[in-house]
Design a protein around this ligand. Sequence first.
Ligand code: BG6
Length: 489
Amino acid sequence: MAKFIPVDVFDLVIFGGAGDLAMRKLLPALYHRDRDCQLPADCRIISLGRSTIDRGEFLQRVGDSLRSRLAASEYSEEMWQAFSQRLQYIQTDALSPDQWQNLAKALQGHENRIRVFYLATAPRLFGPIARGLQQNNLVNEDVRIVLEKPLGTDYDSAREINDQVGQCFPENRIFRIDHYLGKETVQNLLALRFANSLFEPLWNRGNIDHVQITVAEDLGVGGRIEFYDQVGALRDMVQNHMMQLLCLTAMEPPSNRNHGAVRDEKMKVLRALRPIRSEDVKHFTVRGQYQAGAINGEAVPGYHDELGNQNSLTETFVALKLQIDNWRWSNVPFYLRSGKRLKKKYSEIVIQFQKVPHSIFPELTDAPGPNRLTLRLQPDEGVRLSLMSKEPGPGGFDLRPVSLDLSFEHAFGTGYPDAYERLLMEVIRGDPALFMRRDEVEFAWRWIDDIIDGWTKTGQQVEDYVAGTWGPTGASLLLDRDGRRWHSD
Ligand code: BG6
């Protein structure tokens, strides 16, 4: 595994610091980086929250949360004691002007260190918090502000947030998180495409039949249902994670790995995406909502039951067929799907190559199957190339698909840092390469808004699917109409 390079001394302030994301992702990520000696001795983590608890109670919650989440081999009481020394808790309501003084006091005397403000709050608070930081003179020379997703609910709200934050912080100090960009295998997509000469010459309409991107989850919406019901799968997963995967798969080779070059290439893909308007949504999009079913042998309730028997038109599954209008991808469809309560948790990008143009095996009823390159993002990260091979034997000539299979676990061992560990360290270093630029977020919203607008105008149906399956029938039909199938089918 690559070496951990210590970062410079910092104060990290988390708004929403006792909330779900802080407990589930941010504090465990910082604990891990501390355990690997990446955090300098006197850097501090200051959690701000509205709960009226004292530091003792806060530490109790964090400690309990770490113990319940980390494997026994990752947790030690001694390490926790050392890590907890860095943690402070300040009870604050960021919307109440007189409460900023508590934070100002905590930061006083530490003006010369890196200052990170992590906004793990509702997006409507991003603007007011940015303004509060500026008005209370808490923005120092070496500041960064981190914005958690979702960045708004549509193009207009995203623009407004970006404008408000942009009035207080320059773009190079704003870090918009999409945690998929911190995943090892997503990063590895760049290595696969641009550190190997093998694939790039084939990476185009001349050789590729179509691309499939799947991000499937077996979990339901759980405790986030109130939030989720306002959002749905298209906004929650496609606008950000899946669009980023799409861009990294489809973009032209950047001239270097600098943030500017990579983001410019991603933007070109977004600009070339063919809009899906009202008249097209029926043909190119599928919405679904899970019903009660079973996953891994256990009965699970439907979305409607989880919502307290209320009817809802929110989609927990979405499948799309999209086209990128440029020379490289002309007429190569990209099929995307994402959903909750599907058969299992897995994410992958499948590049399906074209069939051989002519078969020299007339005795076979089926022509040789197409080659397929599969990038498995999670779990069981790796790369698989499926090839046709002759089945061994003295008589006849039978072909069978076989795989060249690279498992990252076998090649590099286990225990890679979680995406948030990497992203937090990049924020502290001040490198925005793994974060979304303003124009990317806004353009992605614009493209998504067209679809939502189309759904509203046409009243597009939300199809039921049984939990524990691969989603509604419409998703299979989307490919079936083109003579194709989802890789898992
Ligand atoms: C989040 C979504 O951004 O990503 C969640 O809001 C989703 O709904 C999660 O469950 C999936 O992330 P991962 O890393 O588990 O694939």
